[in-house]
Design a protein around this ligand. Structure first.
Ligand code: SF4
Ligand code: SF4
Length: 165
């Protein structure tokens, strides 16, 4: 008789504990009902990058003086600057410039230290491809102006507190 009372008592305690857990779960659910969704319907919706977002690098061939500062300040010496010396005017002339975004860490050092400001970081953040060699951009690919999300009519720009940083 005594053991039956003890069991009944334990059962009652467990029931109350379970009800408390369920209540806590509902409280979390109700709390999240008031919040904006974190996920978006990519690729039909896209997050707006933040103001100083470091995306794909844009390069202006005509402004480059082939000084190679960008190579020296790059933590992995990534940019490939090919130039020839014009002896008559004792100046370098740029032949080609490339950056491999499969290796780039998007640290922004090259942009920061370029003396002629011919490098800038765009808001493009979708460099994915089936072939990693396609991520090696030459001066033509680097010179392409970025496509703003606002100009992409296939998608809906989304402004949330969770913009791409
Ligand atoms: S630092 Fe600027 S100007 Fe100098 S080589 Fe690099 S991109 Fe050209
Ligand atoms: S962003 Fe950084 S890692 Fe990429 S090329 Fe420039 S300096 Fe190198």
């Amino acid at each position: 008789m005594f053991s039956a009372v003890t069991k009944f008592h334990d059962y009652g305690k467990q029931t109350i504990q379970a009800a408390r857990y369920i209540g806590q779960g509902f409280a979390v659910t109700l709390d999240h009902l008031n919040r904006s969704p974190v996920t978006i319907q990519y690729p039909y919706e896209k997050l707006l990058p933040s103001e100083r977002f470091r995306g794909r690098i844009h390069f202006e061939f005509d402004k480059c003086i082939a000084c190679e500062v960008c190579v020296r300040v790059c933590p992995i010496n990534l940019p490939v600057v090919d130039w020839k010396l014009i002896k008559s005017i004792r100046k370098k002339r740029l032949k080609s410039y490339s950056t491999d975004f499969g290796v780039c860490t998007f640290c922004g050092n090259c942009v920061e230290y370029c003396p002629t400001n011919c490098l800038s970081m765009t808001e493009e953040y979708e460099p994915s491809t089936h072939n990693r060699h396609e991520l090696n951009h030459d001066q033509t690919a680097l010179g392409r102006l970025p496509l703003s999300i606002h100009q992409d009519f296939t998608t809906q720009p989304v402004v949330t507190n969770y913009s791409v940083e």
